[in-house]
Design a protein around this ligand. Structure first.
Ligand code: T5A
Length: 229
C-alpha cells in the first residue's frame, strides 16, 4: 500500500487533535504505519518558527510576513518529515496544513495570488489525499479551548485564538467555502457532537475515500462496505 496524506482542518477547539489520535489508532488496527504531525511545526526548524508565530512575536511583520513564515515552516516540514514518510509507505496525518494559511492569512487580507505562490513553493507538489474539516461554531470551539487552558499548562490564548469572534466565524465560512470547492478532497463533519460520534463520522469518510486501497490490503470492514456499494 502506498503512503497517504490526510490533513485535519477547522477552527480553534474543533477537536482535531482528539480525532487525529483516534484515527491513528483505527488505521494501525488495519496494520497501517501512521505518522502524526502538525502545523505550524512538525520538524525541528518549523517548530522554531511556530514559537515565533503563536507567541505573537512575528505579528509586527503583518499578515503577508506571517504567511511567508508559515510557508517557510511548511517547506521544511514537507521536505524533512512528510515526503520521506510517504516515500516509506507510511500514512501521514497532519493537524492543519496549507488550507489553514488560505483561511487564516486569507481572512487577514493576504492576496490570493500571493497565497497561491507561497503554497506552490512550500508544498512542492505534496498535497493531501483527503482533508477532514471539523466544522464547529466559533463560540463552542473557543469555550472548549478556554476550559482546557484552565486545566493544563497551555496558558492564555495564543496569537490567533485571541482574535475576536467575528474573525473566527469568517474563518469558519472560508473553510466551508474551500470544502465546497473541492468536494472530492474534503470530508466535512459536525464537530458539535460527542467525540465518539465525530470519530464514527470520520471513519465512515476515511473508509469510503480509501476503500480501494483497503480492499487491496485485505481490510475486512472496507471489503464489506465495497460489496454494499
Ligand atoms: N495557523 C496555522 C495559521 O494562521 N496559518 C497556518 O497556515 C497554520 C498551519 C495553530 C494556530 O495557527 C494558526 C491556526 C491556529 O490558530 P494550535 O495551537 O496548533 O494553533 O491550535 P489548533 O490547531 O487550533 O488546535 P486546538 O488544540 O486549539 O484545537 P483542536 O486540536 O481542534 O481541538 P482538541 O482536540 O485539542 O480539543 C480541544 C478541547 O476540546 C475537547 C478536548 O478534550 C480539548 O479539551 N474536545 C471536545 N469536547 C467536547 N466534545 C467534543 N467532541 C470534543 N472534542 C475535543
Amino acid at each position: 500500500m502506498t503512503g497517504q496524506f490526510i490533513t485535519f482542518e477547522g477552527g480553534e477547539g474543533a477537536g482535531k487533535t482528539t480525532q487525529i489520535a483516534l484515527l491513528k489508532q483505527r488505521l494501525e488496527e488495519l496494520g497501517i504505519q501512521v505518522i502524526l504531525t502538525r502545523e505550524p511545526g512538525g520538524s525541528p526548524g518549523a517548530e522554531k518558527i511556530r514559537e515565533m508565530l503563536l507567541s505573537g512575536a512575528a505579528r509586527k511583520l503583518g499578515p503577508r510576513g506571517e504567511a511567508m513564515l508559515f510557508a517557510a515552516a511548511r517547506a521544511d516540514h514537507v521536505d524533512s518529515v512528510i515526503v520521506p514518510a510517504l516515500e516509506r509507505g507510511d500514512w501521514v496525518i497532519c493537524d492543519r496544513f496549507a488550507d489553514s494559511t488560505r483561511v487564516y492569512q486569507g481572512e487577514a487580507g493576504v492576496d490570493t495570488q500571493v497565497l497561491d505562490l507561497l503554497e506552490t513553493v512550500a508544498v512542492a507538489g505534496t498535497r493531501p489525499d483527503l482533508t477532514i474539516l471539523i466544522d464547529i461554531p466559533a463560540e463552542i470551539g473557543l469555550s472548549r479551548v478556554s476550559a482546557r487552558s484552565k486545566t493544563d499548562a497551555s496558558g492564555g490564548p495564543d496569537r490567533f485564538e485571541s482574535d475576536n469572534i467575528a474573525t473566527h466565524e469568517r474563518r469558519r465560512t472560508l473553510f466551508l467555502d474551500l470544502a465546497k470547492r473541492e468536494p472530492d478532497r474534503f470530508g466535512v463533519v459536525d464537530g458539535r457532537h460527542s467525540s465518539d460520534h465525530v470519530a464514527k463520522e470520520i471513519w465512515w469518510i476515511v473508509e469510503r475515500h480509501f476503500k480501494d486501497l483497503f480492499v487491496e490490503a485485505g481490510g475486512e470492514d472496507i471489503a464489506t462496505l465495497k460489496e454494499q456499494d
